[in-house]
Design a protein. Structure first.
Length: 145
C-alpha cells in the first residue's frame, strides 16, 4: 500500500486531522525502525533490501503529502509552521535519496518523525473516546513517542 493510499484510508476514520497524521506517522515510523535493523544485512539479502526501500519510499510519500497540504488554499496552519514543514519535507526527500543509495542515516528520519509525533500526540480524551490505540509494533512506537 502506498503512503497516499494509507493516508486516504486512515483519514476516513472518525478522528481529527492531528490524530490521523499521528497514527500515519506512527505506522510509517514503525516500518522505518524495521528498516534500520534490516539495513544491516540488506546488501546481501534482497528481501531486506526491498523492505528498507519500501519503508523509505512510504515515508517520503507521507512527507510529500504533508508538503502538498501546506501549499493548498485554506490550510489554516500558521505560515511559519507551514514553511518549517516544507523545509523538513525537502530534507526528508534528500535524506531518502541518500539512504536509498546505501548511505545516510535512517535513525535521523525516525527521530524527525518522532519529534513531529510529539507535537501531534492525540489528546487523552480522544484516545479514551475512540479507543483506537494500535497494538504491536505501532503500539510500541506510540508508547515511545
Amino acid at each position: 500500500m502506498s503512503g497516499i493510499d494509507a493516508y486516504k484510508k486512515t483519514i476516513t476514520q472518525t478522528a481529527t486531522s492531528r490524530d490521523t497524521e499521528y497514527r500515519l506517522l506512527a505506522q510509517v515510523t514503525a516500518e522505518l525502525i524495521k528498516a534500520v535493523e534490516n539495513k544491516k544485512g540488506a546488501a546481501n539479502d534482497p528481501t531486506k533490501m526491498a523492505q528498507v526501500a519500501t519503508a523509505l519510499n512510504w515515508n517520503k510519500q507521507v512527507w510529500d503529502v504533508f508538503v502538498e497540504d501546506c501549499g493548498t488554499a485554506g490550510n489554516q496552519l500558521p505560515r511559519d509552521l507551514r514553511a518549517a514543514i516544507v523545509s523538513l519535507g525537502i530534507w526528508v526527500t534528500k535524506e531518502t535519496a541518500i539512504a536509498l543509495e546505501g548511505e545516510g542515516d535512517l535513525d535521523s528520519l525516525v527521530a524527525v518523525n518522532r519529534d513531529i509525533m510529539k507535537g501531534l500526540k492525540p489528546s487523552q480524551s480522544t484516545e479514551n473516546q475512540t479507543n483506537l490505540k494500535p497494538s504491536g509494533a505501532v503500539g510500541s512506537i506510540l508508547d515511545q513517542a
